[in-house]
Design a protein around this ligand. Structure first.
Ligand code: XMP
Length: 511
């Protein structure tokens, strides 16, 4: 399969570049900037993109790719830091800018070249998005200057002989006029990509690969109710049918209606082998008296593994464990960090203990691609668009001890929150929206009497990836409706507060 390689210099937009390339139906991989040239050229690589990054090329230890990357005969597009590095390594001149450019910047096109083809020609100005402290003063020998800005003499450059290109601005952000066209020009005109990466083709290829790898052996999968594990299971089920057994551990910490939906989808619609384990009491017993958040997490994780192992143990010979790991979990950042794999994305520790091979059919997909695959496979919208939900579930949204009574309370409040958020058409715009039950009781008046009930909190945040988040500016009317309904329908709660902290400094979850 043809691909583009993106070398990551630690820029904040690296994943966005990858998304844009994939949206143009070209597969791409993000590799760390120091990837070996042979690795960059491996397979059917058609071109290379050098990402932006926070460093200055003159800083000590500034990240550099191997110079051979420019001699592989592959087209290269350098973006921001990527362009400065290209200019520097090929003997152009890079300097600190007297005038830094951030945000919206007018770009004057001097020459269309292949990169700007179709963008209305020379002399045209484009609004671009910039963020740089250094600039290219002189393009390297062999390069022509394609564009400049008021402060940047070389804002785009090209060596059409060697097929090397650089842009100082960010074509991957939506604020850059013509950004999509510039990326498409690079992919199709310059690299000659054919653009056959679609979710249908992905599904067809995955199904074939999974069949080949699994052969006549068997696999298990833990369903959590979330979209990733559901899509992974549905995909593997399409490939190997009854050789897959899905295990759904109902630990009693899910939201209203979720356990039923998992069963409905997998057992009745997909006719998949599904073992639904009713483990509510078991988890509640273990959670009794536990107040510490980390202790809750650990205990739930351990108990989950135990239940899963017991069930899987009854199935006889099993060779594979299916997991919903996705691309953001496996990308090794150009900043040199080891691959970030959040432990909660995996059924921690299972493969080691059970001697299973991992089957991770989504490990090259971004979230939007996972959703597209889900729709293609016929998963219900409620699962496809479900907001992220933590593995330990409602247990970390109940401050203090988790009891059946409190779980029931929280489920009712949470259901009201989600209903109203959906009714207002806000569900998909929010990263997460949910209720928290605190252990704080406050005084209220109800009817003519004094009441003394729980304080609940409403949390709604916007976020790209859960790493940082902002509290959502929910319309007052929505807040009002939620508050009225909670007060009227859940008498044990006498106060509702809205959490207006961002992350950082707060986390999204309260525990
Ligand atoms: P925080 O609270 O750390 O959450 O800002 C960031 C994102 O991760 C989710 N989260 C978890 N997911 N197990 C999980 O599977 C956990 O223990 C856990 N803690 C937080 C949280 O819902 C948010 O989307």
């Amino acid at each position: 399969m043809e691909r583009i390689v993106i070398l990551d210099f630690g820029g904040q937009y690296t994943q966005l570049i990858a998304r844009r390339v994939r949206e143009a139906h070209v597969y791409c991989d993000i590799l760390p900037y120091h990837a070996a040239p042979a690795e960059v050229a491996a397979g059917q690589t058609r071109g290379v993109i050098l990402s932006g990054g926070p460093a200055s090329i003159y800083e000590e230890g500034a990240p550099r790719c191997a110079e051979e990357v420019f001699q592989l005969g592959l087209p290269v597009l350098g973006i921001c830091y990527g362009m400065q590095l290209m200019a520097h390594l090929l003997r152009g001149r890079v300097e600190p800018a007297a005038q830094r450019e951030y945000g919206r910047t007018r770009l004057l096109l001097l020459e269309e070249g292949e990169l700007f083809a179709g963008l209305a020609g020379e002399g045209r100005a484009l609004v671009t998005w910039m963020s740089h402290g250094d600039l290219v003063r002189e393009a390297p020998p062999g390069f022509r200057v394609l564009a400049r800005t008021e402060n940047t003499p070389v804002a785009a450059m090209a060596d059409s002989e060697r097929r090397l290109f650089g842009v100082q601005f960010h074509p991957e952000v939506v604020h850059t006029e013509g950004g999509r066209e510039i990326i498409a020009n690079f992919l199709f005109r310059i690299c000659g990509c054919s653009g056959q990466w679609t979710m249908e083709s992905f599904i067809a290829r995955s199904v074939e690969e999974i069949r080949e790898r699994v052969g006549g052996r068997r696999a298990v999968c833990a369903l959590s109710g979330g979209v990733d594990s559901a899509v992974a299971a549905a995909l593997v089920h399409r490939a190997i049918g009854d050789q897959l057994t899905c295990i759904f551990v109902d630990h009693g910490l899910l939201r209203q209606g979720e356990p039923e939906q998992v069963e409905e989808t997998f057992r009745r619609e997909f006719k998949a082998n599904l073992i639904a384990v009713q483990a509510r009491e078991r988890f509640l017993r273990r959670l009794a008296g536990v107040r510490d958040p980390e202790a809750k997490r650990k205990l739930i994780g351990e108990e989950f593994i135990r239940v899963f192992e017991e069930e899987a143990g009854r199935l006889g010979e099993i060779s594979f464990l299916v997991q919903g790991t996705t691309y953001p979990d496996v990308i090794e950042s150009g900043a040199g960090h080891a691959a970030v794999i959040k432990s909660h994305h995996n059924v921690g520790g299972l493969p080691d203990r059970m001697n299973l091979e991992l089957l991770e059919p989504l490990r090259y997909l971004f979230k939007d691609e996972v959703r597209a695959v889900a729709l293609e496979l016929g998963l219900p919208e409620e699962i496809v668009w479900r907001q992220p939900f933590p593995g330990p579930g409602l247990a970390i949204r109940i401050i203090g001890e988790v009891t059946e009574e409190r779980l029931e309370l929280l489920r009712r409040i949470d259901a009201i929150v989600l209903e109203e958020i959906r009714r207002a058409g806000l569900y998909r715009q929010l990263w997460q929206s949910f209720a928290v039950l605190t252990d704080l009781r406050t005084v209220g008046v109800m009817g003519d009497g004094r009441s003394y009930g729980y304080t609940a909190a409403l949390r709604a945040v916007t976020s790209e990836d859960g790493m940082t988040a902002d509290w959502a500016r929910l319309p007052y009317e929505v807040l009002e409706r939620i508050s009225n309904r909670v007060m009227n329908e859940v008498p044990a709660v006498t106060r509702l507060v809205y959490d207006i902290t961002s992350k950082p400094p707060a986390t999204i979850e309260w525990e």
